[in-house]
Design a protein around this ligand. Structure first.
Ligand code: PGA
Length: 247
């Protein structure tokens, strides 16, 4: 089985003005000979500028969401084709902030994944349980259910990543134990293999939620952890590079 190439992606969320691209450039300049694929997902307003600023570097650019339709009367929304046209190569889909804040269901996320594939973007599909679900002993059932529901069959043979982001670990400074992370990542891998057969071994499974330079090495070296989706710590090059170098 091919071991997935690690992917470390920074999710800037609704943070960043044009001046913030200096941090992205500093990240690109400091990548050295890391074996990981590295990306930043800035707000949509900065995607084209980031692509331009990072031309010729190894730092890829992604979007944070897209709509399923390719075009139409959807005020304020953005199509996967538009992200690709701006030079993005990846897109985060199904982030818990969108599932919770905009009522995104697994079925909607799956339709967005299809849009990403149509536009030639690599989707990073997020899954993760709430604290209540974990306390009720439902973490594995919730996460594997989200994997089944959010990943359409057309992903077979395509490049994609899954990000396990426990909702209670996002932006809180709390992280699951290494054993808890490994348990969930192994369950995700087993589900991917069940759904996609041999190809299920290829997509990296990222961990996300309060990853920082001080805990990155332990998390990134855990079994079946194929990289990280980093929020707050991706905004500053020094912190993001600290995580990338921990690989
Ligand atoms: P955090 O966010 O690293 O700030 O916890 C992670 C995410 O939401 O992707």
């Amino acid at each position: 089985m091919t071991k997935p190439t690690p992917l470390i992606a920074g999710n800037w969320k609704m943070n960043g003005l044009a001046a913030s691209l200096a941090e992205a450039k500093a990240t690109a300049a400091g990548l050295g000979d890391t074996t990981a694929r590295v990306a930043i997902c800035p707000p949509a307003t900065l995607v084209a500028q980031a692509v331009y600023a990072l031309k010729g570097t190894r730092l890829a650019v992604g979007g944070q969401d897209c709509r399923a339709e390719a075009s139409g009367a959807y005020t304020g929304d953005i199509a996967a084709e538009m992200l690709a046209d701006a030079g993005a190569t990846l897109v985060i889909l199904g982030h818990s902030e969108r599932r919770a804040g905009y009522g995104e269901t697994d079925a909607l996320v799956a339709s967005k994944v299809q849009a990403a594939l149509r536009a030639g973007l690599e989707p990073i599909v997020c899954v993760g349980e709430t604290l209540e679900e974990r306390k009720a002993g439902q973490a594995l059932a919730v996460v594997t259910g989200q994997v089944r529901g959010s990943l359409p069959a057309d992903l077979a043979g395509k490049a994609f990543a899954v990000a396990y982001e426990p909702v209670w670990a996002i932006g809180t400074g709390l992280t699951p134990s290494t054993a808890e992370i490994e348990e969930v990542h192994q369950a995700i891998r087993a589900t991917l293999t069940e759904v996609f057969g041999a190809h299920g071994a290829t997509p990296p499974i990222l961990y996300g939620g309060s990853v920082k330079p001080s805990n990155a090495a332990e998390i990134l070296h855990a079994s079946e952890v194929g990289g990280a989706l980093v929020g707050g710590a991706s905004l500053k090059a020094e912190d993001f590079l600290g995580i990338i170098r921990a690989l």
